[in-house]
Design a protein around this ligand. Sequence first.
Ligand code: AMP
Length: 538
Amino acid sequence: MLSYASGTSDVPLLGETIGANLERTVAAFGDREALVDVPTGRRWTYAEFDAAVNDVARGLLARDIAKGDRVGIWAPNCAEWVLVQYATAKIGAILVNVNPAYRTHELDYVVRQSGMRLLVSAVGFKTSDYRAMIEEIGFTETVFIGTGDWDALVTAGEGHDLAARAATLAFDDPINIQYTSGTTGFPKGATLSHHNILNNGYFVGELVGYTERDRICIPVPLYHCFGMVMGNLAATSHGAAMVLPAQGFDPAAALRAVTQERCTSLYGVPTMFIAELGLADFPAYDLSSLRTGIMAGSPCPVEVMKRVVAEMNMAEVAIAYGMTETSPVSTMTRADDSLERRTGTVGRVMPHLESKIIDPASGLVVPRGEPGELCTRGSSVMLGYWDQPEATAAAIDTARWMHTGDLATMDPDGYLNIVGRIKDLVIRGGENVYPREVEEFLYTHPDIADVQVIGVPDEKYGEELMAWLVMRPDTEPLTAEAIREFCTGRLAHFKVPRYVHVVEGFPMTVTGKVRKVEMRERAVEILDLHDASRIRNA
Ligand code: AMP
């Protein structure tokens, strides 16, 4: 029996645009709550939400945004993020999600690579002055949220005809670009259609049984599919409510929102659930309204899943596995799976999708139980990487299989386990870091001759970054502190190496390839031998 499975369902795929789907929900559930922005206390019913979306959409028409134009959104979680998501979809503009942790280096790249026409941005977030950074890269087409800009946008479009624009849109049109760091050293823009993300969100919602009575607490970032697809689109395709507990992740705010808003579903990457369970006042929160939720994004420890079921009242919690390039979810557990399978596997292939596991060398499908590279095919697979045909061809083969780079096994009943990854992606606290991107940035330091970046195990973040440096002649060895200074303001904080190790050269294979596996083994020894905190601050 080979490791191939195809997802069946009596429920057909949706063949409509995101705007059309939202309007059906509004017609059915106009009086029910659509969106709650907890930090500001603002709330919208579906009828009000649609009206607010339409104001933004018409405002974009008044700014001459054409079908296919790229409109960026750079903000932490907030109601405006959601309004812009649906407004761009309604006018066929391509929403470009900009990671709130980006700094000038990455911002400049995505603005240029996407050919951005307009950037809707927060003024700032945490220690980031977004306005100053946008000025620094010389981009001027902006709308700042929370300023007169935003008010002008929502009133500017009076008289513009949304229906005429809607009539020109097709559900296979690109509607969203999400940058995901690539092995080529720079982020690649996974380009997704209405059909890709609407159906992914819809079927995620189907599998956790959403109806208009559900209220979903979304502490995961909206700039990632977990928030905007598995959260927002799953909600709006079922008439459920989107509850945004805070701008950034805050475990207490998430549980407070569940209690106050009587949420039925809670999302998170494993580290978020760990933080919530670890709150000193955890027993004080009333979680009795919860019934389900989703844990995803990185390996979900069985023990954490069990505690979520038992202590957070989330009897029906699901695990999902996927990646940005597949909208994102490819496999998911079902509510009626045994507890063992719901905590110990990433479930089965999603309805209407296909999974197979291949020997990466031969491309042949491996027998059940044997590890190999997981591939996904179907309505979730992205259109391609924005303006990068070669990178697209390397990821999606001619038979339309997306090669995930993840190593997985499939059991006789079709349940999958993720066992590792081929690509040397480092996942630090749920954020993906491709070493190559950090390496290329560090290469720009005048004292660095050569650099390799690896992930080393870390209790708190799962993995931490370590940079091995070869110094140029007649230079002083760089410390972790100096590297941090060099990166700050130009590289997102989660990509800044925590450990620095200066060497004469790297372990290499005979064919001249750096042996990162051996580096990782040596790094663990080094970090164990020395007091880790000393290396960190050296
Ligand atoms: P992203 O594109 O940011 O969504 O990251 C996708 C990657 O996260 C995948 O290729 C996997 O390596 C990892 N991932 C996502 N979900 C899971 C999961 N449930 N278990 C293990 N790894 C996961």
